[in-house]
Design a binder for this molecule. Structure first.
Ligand SMILES: [Fe+2]
Length: 233
């Protein structure tokens, strides 16, 4: 997308910056793009590797179908915007902004999510240590308090959305934020660890018992990845 359109439509500028542009910080580094097109990243583990906490069938559908749909939608939105811009049709380009936000956010959020999970037998679960632990203790009081607040935030999401542990780049502190639908984390916040509260993330296994999913997923959080994002943020 050219700088002309980005200057013209601030919402697009924010969405595209969050969708994996090179300056979007380490947290975005693994979001996959090939020749300007988003691509579905490989999972760093097998679909069944997070069982029994998240079933292999959920992981397969979530990654191969849902995430792929966001990738396709993002590429389609970018193509439409590019075509509209080449014709000087900024109105058309602007109308695609919500799709860019939704699918671009979906691609970013899921790319981060896969990497902040790991099999329980291979670094998943437990508690963070080192500087990340110190920061959590300082900003939340304790790890247990942080986890409890995150689960409360997740339970409070109406409809679809995400809860994130973030670092506020301005204040240098950790915090929790929620985002509706696929809205990406942006502004002063760097996403460190996200939990997907969409029904597609748990319903096949947990049905309406989403609190059980919110409890179980802590067994497969990859604190090594979260700590790495924290140190780069
Ligand atoms: Fe999802």
């Amino acid at each position: 997308m050219s700088s002309t359109l980005l200057r013209t439509v601030p919402a697009l500028r924010g969405a595209l910056r969050a969708s994996g542009a090179p300056k979007a910080a380490g947290a975005m580094a693994t979001t996959s793009f090939v020749r300007g097109k988003a691509t579905l990243p490989d999972l760093p583990y097998d679909y069944g590797a997070l069982e029994p906490h998240i079933s292999g069938k959920i992981m397969e559908l979530h990654h191969a179908k849902h995430h792929q749909t966001y990738v396709n939608g993002l590429n389609s939105a970018l193509q439409t915007i590019g075509d509209a811009e080449s014709k000087g049709d900024f109105t058309k380009a602007a109308t695609v902004a919500p799709l860019l936000n939704f699918h671009g956010g979906g691609h970013i959020n899921h790319s981060l999510f896969w990497e902040n999970l790991a099999p329980a037998s291979r670094e998943g679960g437990g508690e963070p240590d080192g500087a990340l632990k110190k920061a959590i203790d300082s900003d939340f009081g304790s790890f247990d308090t942080f986890r409890s607040q995150m689960n409360t935030a997740l339970a409070g999401i109406q409809g679809s959305g995400w809860a994130w542990l973030v670092k506020d780049k301005s204040a240098g502190t950790l915090g929790l934020v929620t985002r509706a639908n696929q809205d990406p984390v942006s502004g002063p916040y760097v996403p460190l660890m996200g939990i997907d509260a969409w029904e597609h993330a748990y319903y096949l296994q947990y049905e309406n018992r989403k609190a059980e999913y919110f409890d179980a997923i802590w067994n497969v959080v990859n604190w090594k990845t979260v700590a790495s994002r924290f140190e780069k943020a």
